[in-house]
Write a protein that binds this ligand. Structure first.
Ligand code: ADP
Ligand code: MG
Length: 240
C-alpha cells in the first residue's frame, strides 16, 4: 500500500528525512516511534502529500505521490489522517463535521452521508452525540469523532499522529480501543504513538526513527524484548 524508496526530505538546508526505505502492506499496522524532532510527523505528512519529498520514490496504492499524473486530491481522499489536536469545526455539530467532506468531495447525498456518519459514530461508540457540538464533548469523544470523520471518507489507509498525546489519561483507552477495532477489521494503518501497550498488542511492525533515519525496524515482540540499537534502548528506557 505504501512504499518509500530512498526518500530524502529537506526543509531548506535541513535534512529532515534521510534515506527512508519502508514498505507497508495492506492490513498492516506500522507503529512509528522515536524522539521528538526525529521526523515522524513529516514521514506521515509525506504519505498524503501534505509535505513534498525532495528525492527518492514514494508510492501509495498504485500512485506516485507528487507525480504530475497523480491526482493528489483523489489520493488524499483515500487517506484518512487523525492528528493530536482534533481539528473539528467548532460551529458544526458532530454529524455535520463528518458529513461535510463526503458531500463536498465524494458527491454523496445528505441522506447517504448521514447514514455513513451514523454507521461510523456507532463504531466508535458515540452515536448519541451526533447532534452535539465539539465543545460539548470530552477530548476522548472529540478524537473519536475525528476518527469517524476520517473513516466516513472510506479511506484505504489511516494515518494517526500521536492521537492520544493531548488527552487526559482516563480518555486514552477509549481512543485506543476504537483504533484497535479498526486494526482488527483489517485497516492499513501507520500510527505514531508513545502508547507501547497498543504497539505491542496491535502493531504488525515497529519502526524506530532518530534524526531523520529509520534506525530500527522489527516486530513488536523483538523490539521490546531486545532493541538492537542503543538509541532505541535509551528511548524505551525513558518511556517506562
Ligand atoms: P517529530 O514528529 O518526530 O517530532 P517532525 O517531523 O515534526 O518530528 O520534525 C522533524 C524536524 O523537522 C524537526 O527538527 C522540526 O523542527 C523540523 N520541521 C518540521 N516541520 C518543519 C517545517 N515546516 N519547516 C522547517 N522545519 C520543520
Ligand atoms: Mg510529530
Amino acid at each position: 500500500m505504501i512504499t518509500f524508496r530512498s526518500v530524502d526530505k529537506y526543509f531548506g538546508k535541513f535534512q529532515v528525512l534521510k534515506d527512508i526505505n519502508l514498505e507497508v502492506k495492506k492490513g498492516e499496522v506500522v507503529v512509528v516511534v522515536g524522539p521528538s524532532g526525529s521526523g515522524k510527523s513529516t514521514l506521515l505528512r509525506c504519505i498524503n502529500g501534505l509535505e513534498r519529498i525532495t528525492s527518492g520514490e514514494l508510492i501509495v496504492g498504485d500512485q506516485r505521490v507528487g507525480d504530475k499524473k497523480t491526482n493528489m486530491n483523489k489520493l488524499r481522499s483515500e487517506i484518512g489522517m487523525v492528528f493530536q489536536h482534533f481539528n473539528l469545526y467548532p460551529h458544526r455539530t458532530v454529524l455535520q463535521n463528518i458529513t461535510l467532506a463526503p458531500i463536498r468531495v465524494r458527491g454523496a447525498t445528505a441522506k447517504e452521508a448521514k447514514a455513513t456518519a451514523m454507521f461510523y459514530l456507532e463504531k466508535v461508540g458515540i452515536a448519541d452525540k451526533a447532534d452535539a457540538y465539539p465543545s460539548q464533548l470530552s477530548g476522548g469523544q472529540q478524537q473519536r469523532v475525528a476518527i469517524a470523520r476520517g473513516l466516513a471518507m472510506k479511506p484505504q489507509i489511516m494515518l494517526f499522529d500521536e492521537p492520544t498525546s493531548a488527552l487526559d489519561p482516563e480518555m486514552i483507552g477509549e481512543v485506543l480501543d476504537a483504533m484497535k477495532k479498526l486494526a482488527q477489521e483489517g485497516m492499513t494503518m501507520v500510527v505514531v504513538t508513545h502508547e507501547m501497550g497498543f504497539a505491542r498488542e496491535v502493531g504488525s511492525r515497529m519502526v524506530f526513527m532518530d534524526e531523520g533515519r529509520i534506525v530500527e525496524e522489527a516486530t513488536p515482540a523483538d523490539f521490546f524484548a531486545s532493541p538492537k540499537e542503543e538509541r532505541a534502548k535509551l528511548f524505551l528506557s525513558r518511556l517506562i
